[in-house]
Design a protein. Sequence first.
Length: 490
Amino acid sequence: MVATRKAPCFDLPVNLTAELLAPDIADLIREGAYSEVRAALHGLPPADVADILASLDPAEAALGFRFMPRDAAAESFAYLSPEFQERLINELGAEGSVRVIEAMSADDRARLLDELPESVAERVVASLSPQTRATTQAILGYPPRTVGRLMTPDYLKIKPDWSVSQALDYVRKHGRDAETINVVYVVDDSGKLIDDLRLRQIFLADPAAKIEDLMNRNFVTLRADQPQEEAVQLMARYDRTALPVVDSRGNLIGIVTSDDVADVAQQEFTEDIQKVGGMAALEENFAQASVTSLVQKRAPWLMLLFVSELLTSNTLRYFDDEIQKVVVLSTFVPAIISSGGNSGSQSSTLVIRALATGEVAMKDWWKTIRREFVVAAVLGLIIGSLGFFRVSLWGLLGWWTETRTDAAGKTIVDSSVQDHYLRLAAAISTSLVGVVLWGSIMGALLPFALKKAKLDPAGSSTPFVATLVDVTGIIIYFTAAIVILRGTLL
C-alpha cells in the first residue's frame, strides 16, 4: 500500500494560521507536492499567506509563489517586507518576478519599485509591459510622500448621460479590474470630474433613469501634489472609502483608497511616536533596522539631551551657597524638576497629537495656551498640596530634626528645619505650582512654535521638553525658596 501524506487542517483562527501552517507548507514544497501547496494556500487571507512564505527560505518561498494563482500571488507579495521582496525577485528571476509584479495594483507596484535598490528596480521596470511601465513611471514621477505616490489609475468612470442600466453593465464588465467598486466617478467628455456616486445609489435607482438625475455635485477631491497626511485627514473627516485625485484642471487622474491611507496613517503615527520618544524617525521597520541605523537615529538626540542636561548641573552650582546652608533643599530637587518635566511632556504630547490630527490649527494657539494655563494651575495646586502635606506631616512627626556628630565626636542636634517646617512646606508647594504651570505652558507652546517655523511639531519631544523644564524648574524652585525662607533657614 502506498503511503500518502495527510493534508494539514486549515480551519484555524487567523492569528494562528501562519505560525502553525508554515512547517507543513515547507514540507510540502520540499517534497514537491505543489498541487497540495496550491490547495493549502488557497482561500487564506493574503496577509497570512505572506507571513507563511516569509517564514521560509527565499528559495522555498519562491517555489510557493510560482504555484499560486497570479492574482493571489500579487496580493500576498504586497504584504512582504521590502527586503524579502528583493530576495524573492532574485529567486523568481525575470520571468517569475514580472508575472507577480504585473498583477499587483499600480500603487503597490510603484511602492515596491520605490523601495527596491535602484539597480533591481531598473531591471524590473525594463521587464514590464509598455502599458504597465508607463502607468508605474507616471506614479513614480510624483514627489515622495505626495498623494500621487498613493493613487491608482484602476477606477470606474461613467458619463452623466448614461442610463443607470448602462452604468451597471459597465460596472459588471470592468469592475474586476478596478481597485474598488464602492464608488463610481462621473466625468464629462474632457475627463473632468463632476461627481462621485456610491454603487448603492446606482444599484437601487430606476434602470431607465439617467446618471445625471442621481448627481448632487457634492464631492471631495485630492490633488496629486498634496501631502499624504492631508489624504489621511480628509478620508477621516468625510468617512470615505476612496477619494478621487485630480490635476490642476480638475481632470480625474486616479483614486486613493482607504487601505493605502491607513498605511500612511500608521507610518505617520509611528514616526511621531519615535520623535516624541527623543530620536529621529526610522526609515524602515524596527525589526529590520540594523544596529548602525538605530545608533545613527538615536545618538544625536542623546548627545543633544546630555549637553542640555549639563545646564542643569551648572544651574545647581549657581545655588550652591543655598544648598550648603539648607542641605534638605537638595533632596527635593528630583521631585520638583520631574513634576515640571512630566507636566510639560503631557502638554506637549496632547498638542502634538491634536496638531497631527487637525483637531487644532495654528490659529488656535492662544486659545490652547489659555486653556492649558487653567488646567496647569489646577494641576499645580493639586501637586503643590501634596508637597505641602508631605513636608508638614514630617514636621508634625518631628522627623526634620537632624542628629550628627562633629569632628570632635560631639553630638549635635539640628532642629532648624523642624522649627521652620511650615515655611519649608510653603516653599516646596509654591515651587511645585510654579514648575507645573511653567512646564505645561512650555510643553503646549513648543509644538506651535516649531510648526510656525515649518518644522515637525513632534520634534518638541518628551525628553527635550523635560530637559528644558529641568533648568527653568531649578531656577523657579530656588528663587521661591530664597524668598520664602529668607531670615529663617536662609
